[in-house]
Unconditional design. Structure first.
Length: 265
């Protein structure tokens, strides 16, 4: 009798502790049809807006909605079938219809005394973090866009001054910006000024190659200014710009004087 009382007290203590954690916890029974929830803590009820009686005996899929990623759902399904641990972040919906990002961990737990496997789902609302990540991504995208400023000089000439260091993402952004600008402006010349670029690698050299090919297809001539001796030396292993017949000048001013003369004549 005392052993039974101690077991009940222990179970009540564990339940009280789980109810007070800052995450949602559910337990499902895969031996029952459709793997329904047989337990949910208060954290899960507060996160979803549902009461326990509305949750128990239902499959967790009722939290899914229009924007829930089907790939994530398939990962959950496969994990349950194989009885493997699953970790996903997916969009779920509260009782009031509002969306939240759910960081979900599912663990298969084997209870030896019952010789049965249950699934324990630990769920955390990470909406704020995901929104901040998306906002940061937007800011970084804007910074990259603004770091590729194309300056129109006259109807047929623009200057793109490159500043700082470059990686593949920034070069890709630069190619997109240039192609959009040239398509709209239909300019004869684009001056790529490299006087403020101090770090060179293979990506920079191949980026120039790609930009030259892109502009050539669009009927615009690429002109390079501000090349430093270090760039010319480092170009040798990567590219032979001589075969591109690029016009190069020491400064933007020199390039403009020559190009204006060509245009006027």
């Amino acid at each position: 009798m005392f052993a039974r009382l101690e077991e009940i007290q222990q179970n009540e203590f564990i339940k009280a502790a789980i109810d007070r954690v800052g995450t949602g916890v559910v337990i499902t029974d895969p031996e029952q049809e459709d793997n329904p929830m047989v337990y949910c803590n208060k954290g899960f009820q507060e996160m979803t807006g549902y009461e326990a009686e509305e949750i128990l005996s239902r499959n967790c899929r009722f939290l899914q909605g229009e924007e829930t990623n089907s790939v994530d759902v398939e990962r959950i399904r496969n994990g349950l079938e194989k009885r493997e641990t699953v970790h996903v972040e997916l969009k779920n919906y509260r009782k009031d219809g509002s969306m939240f990002w759910n960081e979900l961990h599912i663990f298969p737990v084997h209870i030896e005394q019952m010789d049965q496997v249950y699934f324990v789902g630990v769920q955390k609302d990470v909406t704020y973090r995901r929104e901040q990540e998306e906002l940061l991504g937007h800011y970084l995208s804007e910074v990259k866009r603004l770091s590729t400023p194309i300056v129109p000089i006259q109807d047929s000439i623009s200057v793109l001054p490159l500043v700082g260091t470059f990686d593949d993402d920034r070069l890709h952004q630069m190619l997109e910006t240039v192609s959009h600008h040239v398509k709209e402006s239909k300019e004869d010349y684009l001056i790529l000024d490299m006087s403020a670029v101090y770090s060179y690698d293979e990506a920079v050299h191949m980026g120039i190659y790609q930009m030259n090919q892109l502009l050539d297809l669009m009927g615009t001539k690429l002109v390079i200014t501000g090349i430093k001796p270090t760039f010319a030396i480092q170009s040798a292993p990567y590219a032979d710009f001589g075969e591109l017949s690029l016009q190069t000048y020491a400064t933007v001013k020199q390039a403009l004087e020559t190009l204006r003369h060509e245009i006027n004549n």
